[in-house]
Design a protein. Structure first.
Length: 334
């Protein structure tokens, strides 16, 4: 059986998606972006991955977030995306904003991770081949390298833009001092940092507590939040125990030890606030991030089209009363 040729929904930009400017730039990103960290690797079915990508674009999601080692296995999420790029998205390339990253473990040996020029250049070349792309819209240094001179890492980003392999560059998970150095270095070379990408959610407030959000805004960079649902903690999945098919049960990034009685109590209380707002806990968690205009976009994952559709419902109400915010803060702190 031959699949029908994909044609994007004509009404994709009237679907209710809103777009926010990335810092002081011409880039507009959807408030919700689709990340391929999980659920798009070679352990997942290609047909389901393709359905999710098609649905996302049809709903106005133009930003797809990848990294070299997303999968599993390493590189397979980019390969999946590359197949969809070739079969479906090629006519729409100029509507898409595609990111990839390098910094974490990718291949054996001293040049298979961290921030050397050799690794970043080689990794991006591999990523472009896997994704069937001539360039990415943004390339990130995926993590700060405490050993490699930061100037080497940042100059590689500058040269990647000048080579035409990325239109913009960004940094991810950098500590505040290193991030401020990066903003200055890149700006002085006329390749400003477009985006800072960091873990940010109701349970993890580091970007606001460490000044990362404020620094990004002052430097003209946007901020993209990943892990907005805390690996599923900020959903109704764990309100009645640990499902056998959950990430906790599978022993992944999220460990069973993290689900303490105190945390489960707070999640249940947050769920009650969400219910009063007419939202699920996941919807409220996404809306809470989007209430802050310093947040350019929020990256969600999706195991199904239905899950992605549920997450998009968060866009219907991203306003909070002062009383709601105060109650949420009280729950989180105590």
């Amino acid at each position: 059986m031959i699949d029908d040729v994909y044609a994007a929904a004509p009404e994709r930009y009237q679907s209710g998606m809103k777009y926010r400017r990335a810092g002081r730039s011409g880039v507009l990103l959807p408030e919700i972006s689709l990340g391929l960290w999980h659920n798009f690797g070679d352990v997942d079915t290609f047909s389901n991955s393709k359905r999710k990508l098609h649905y996302a674009f049809d709903q106005g999601i133009t930003h797809f977030d990848l990294a070299n080692n997303y999968g599993p296995s390493y590189g397979s999420a980019e390969t999946t995306f590359g197949q969809v790029m070739k079969s479906s998205f090629a006519p729409y390339r100029d509507e898409l904003f595609i990111s990839t990253k390098a910094g974490h473990d990718m291949w054996p040996g001293p040049y298979g991770e961290w921030g050397s020029r050799k690794y970043l250049m080689a990794s991006l070349n591999q990523s472009l081949k896997r994704m069937n792309l001539d360039y990415v819209d943004i390339f990130y240094s995926h993590r700060f390298d405490p050993v490699t001179p930061l100037e080497e890492t940042l100059q590689a980003l500058v040269d990647i833009v000048r080579q035409g392999k990325a239109l913009y560059v960004g940094i991810s998970k950098y500590p505040p001092e290193a991030a401020r150095f990066a903003y200055r270095y890149l700006k002085e070379r006329d390749v400003p940092c477009l985006l800072y990408q960091g873990r940010y959610n109701l349970l993890n407030r580091e970007p606001e507590e460490e000044g990362i959000l404020q620094d990004a805004q002052e430097q003209g960079s946007g901020f993209v939040a990943f892990s907005p649902l805390a690996q599923g903690l900020l959903t109704d999945r764990y309100l009645k125990g640990i499902p056998t098919d959950s990430r906790v049960a599978r022993g992944g990034y999220l460990k069973k030890e993290a689900l303490t009685p105190d945390l489960l109590r707070r999640i249940a209380e947050l769920n009650e606030v969400a219910a009063r707002r007419g939202q699920t806990l996941a919807e409220m968690a996404l809306a809470w991030l989007l209430k802050d205009n310093r947040v350019t976009s929020v990256i969600v994952g999706a195991s199904s089209v239905e899950q992605l559709a549920d997450n998009l419902k968060a866009l219907r109400n991203t306003s909070f009363t002062a009383e709601e915010l105060s109650e949420i803060d009280r729950i989180i702190k105590g």
